[in-house]
Write a protein that binds this ligand. Sequence first.
Ligand SMILES: [Zn+2]
Length: 256
Amino acid sequence: MTSKTYTVTAINIKSINYGEADKIITVFTKEDGILKVIAKGVRRISSKFGARIDLLHCNRLFLTKGKNLDVMSQAETHVHFPAFRKDYDKLMQALYWAELIYVFCNEGEALPEIFDLFLNSLDILQKGTQMPLLYTLWFELKLLEHIGYSCNFTHCVSCERVITREIENFYFDLTSGGILCPSCQVLFKNIKPITRELYLTLRKLKQFSSNDISSVSINEKVEKNIECIQDFYQTYVCYLAEKKLKTISFLEDSKI
Ligand SMILES: [Zn+2]
């Protein structure tokens, strides 16, 4: 006899209201990747789920197989991130990460390493004392590496020549996700020039472990350029996603 209930560890990444009092919650689970589940009656004040249905909350979920969507029958907090409630910048970055997971990970495909990266990175962001954007850049680099879009910053992506730090003008090829040497850059059309500072920062960040990024301190020059670095990197992310992410538009609107 097959069990109609099962448990997963899941981070809430998206939710929409459904019917009179329900919500359809998209969760990123360690066991089954992305799942859409229905949480019944959770918009009523008397709901037993409370903050456990909030975005970015990580729960141990007890799910019952349903006809269309599986039903959330019980949720126990596994990890939560109270710092995001008090820090708008951190919250917005974390929601952007959740959208990256939604866009780049597939429904029903278990990606336990990415789950651990996401959960660990949320904790680093929650505790971090540096600009939230710095952690975002690191998270993007690591996420893309896990899903097969690892950026090559050490060798020319075309001729494989070693890229030395002495080169004056760097060009990033959006199609292959890497740096082009001066001889190859003329052969490619989908390229973006990047500054030396940006190149060195991305190269350094890519090598950082979670311990490195947790204890990192950045110099003033990098801090001043971090928005420009992230603008550049978001262009690459949107190119891969083949669309502009909703949270990016929201972040841009909130700057005005
Ligand atoms: Zn080359």
